[in-house]
Design a protein around this ligand. Structure first.
Ligand SMILES: Cc1ncc(COP(=O)(O)O)c(C=O)c1O
Length: 386
């Protein structure tokens, strides 16, 4: 028996929503926020704070700090000291600061595409070269290409940015893989910057997020772990994330790189984060069940109804990575689906995966199915004409 309603599509047109208003002619299944109302505990906390009516400068208050530290202990088994916690106005700013902190212009940052495309930008904004070592794909899933990573490393490579769980691949790396990655970073003296924004969106009960916070101490000295409540609780528009950095020298460099001109953290973002991490778990549990159902329906639909598309095992996030290379089309697949199906999907090219699209299934199931039906009909019409 579910207590929260994930079947109702909220009206988002006319609310300043990027997802719904940037390409108004198409039904959107692209940018990574969900078409669900946030948990009641978050909405109530915001309403109460708004009712107070004073919105002056705010700092991370005790309730937020307690809530985050409690969450880290409960969910990741990590006893984090207050001093190791750095509050930030969002995840991309955090990634950008990390690149500036540990790279001089001309240094290099290693990433593994396909990957959330701002990873390319945060490195180049810091004046760093991007060393992209693409994942390799087998029948089941995508994996790091260890040999290619060894071969690509240069003496000036300073940082490796990890995305775990992986956007857009939907993978949750195993403990073994994360330890192997930490060993690789230690061997080459790299700072491991771990973007774990999707860590509370593991869809299968038998899988677990292995946070870098759980790495043995020897691997936590050059480690920046980044998390945020924004994807899980659908509060991305508020802007809040945090870093955990245990080593004082690593932390000092990160804090220095923040400079003095970064925006203050939005006070409502901190109120929402506190409530989400403290009281949001029952809602999250139901969200996961709902998203798992969506994921399974989507995978089955594609396998049975659109066999021209190829998908892989998907363990985490509400974003499904779809290989369209077997479609007989002469435009980018996202364009094909926009023009022929009236739906807007994220195009794979900026992620480093041309011939792919990313489908956001964080929405009511009926709505998702309408999108999938439109995709199937467009593919059918196309093959009839081919
Ligand atoms: C892996 C990853 N990191 C960061 C972000 C963006 O975070 P923020 O909006 O806090 O900058 C996203 C959004 O989709 C993401 O998928």
């Amino acid at each position: 028996m579910s207590s929260f309603d994930f079947d109702e599509l909220p009206e988002r047109r006319g609310t300043g929503s990027i997802k719904w208003e940037r390409y108004p002619d198409y039904t959107p299944f692209w940018v990574a926020d969900m078409d669900f109302v946030s948990p009641p505990c978050v909405v109530e906390a915001l309403q109460n704070r708004v009712a107070q009516g004073v919105f002056g400068y705010a700092h991370p208050h005790d309730g937020l700090i307690e809530s985050v530290l409690g969450y880290l202990e409960r969910m990741h088994g990590a006893e984090v000291a207050k001093v190791d916690l750095i509050h930030l106005p969002g995840m991309v700013p955090a990634l950008s600061i990390a690149c500036r902190a540990f790279c001089e212009p001309g240094d290099a940052v290693m990433i593994n595409s396909p990957v959330y495309y701002p990873f390319f930008d945060v490195a180049s904004d810091a004046g760093a070269e991007v060393i992209d070592v693409p994942h390799i794909r087998d029948e089941v899933t995508w994996r790091f290409n260890w040999d290619a990573m060894e071969a690509a490393i240069t003496p000036r490579t300073r940082v490796l940015i990890l995305c775990n769980p992986q956007n857009p691949l939907g993978r949750a790396y195993t403990e073994h893989e994360i330890v192997q990655l930490a060993e690789f970073c230690a061997k080459h003296n790299l700072v491991l910057v771990s973007d774990e924004i999707h860590c509370d969106l593991i869809l299968d009960p038998q899988q677990q997020h292995f946070s870098t916070l759980r790495l043995p101490e020897e691997f936590r000295q050059q480690l920046v772990t980044l998390q945020a409540p924004s994807k899980t609780y659908n509060i991305a528009g508020l802007g809040y994330s945090f870093a955990v950095i245990e080593n004082p020298e690593t932390r000092r460099k990160f804090i220095k790189a923040q400079g003095r001109t970064l925006p203050e953290i939005n006070l409502l973002a901190m109120v929402a984060a506190e409530a989400a991490y403290r009281d949001g778990e029952p809602w999250r549990q139901e969200l996961i069940t709902y998203l798992r159902g969506n994921r399974d329906v989507l995978a089955e639909f594609i396998q049975n109804e659109i066999p021209e598309l190829t998908i892989h095992e998907h363990a985490a996030t509400y974003l499904y990575w779809i290989d369209c290379s077997r479609l007989d089309i002469c435009v980018k697949p996202s364009r094909f689906f926009a023009e022929q199906a009236g739906i807007f999907l994220s195009d794979g090219t900026p992620f480093g995966g041309p011939q792919h699209v990313r489908f956001n299934f964080g929405c009511p199931r009926d709505h998702m199915l309408k999108g999938l039906h439109a995709m199937r009909d467009a593919v059918k019409r196309n093959s009839n004409h081919a």
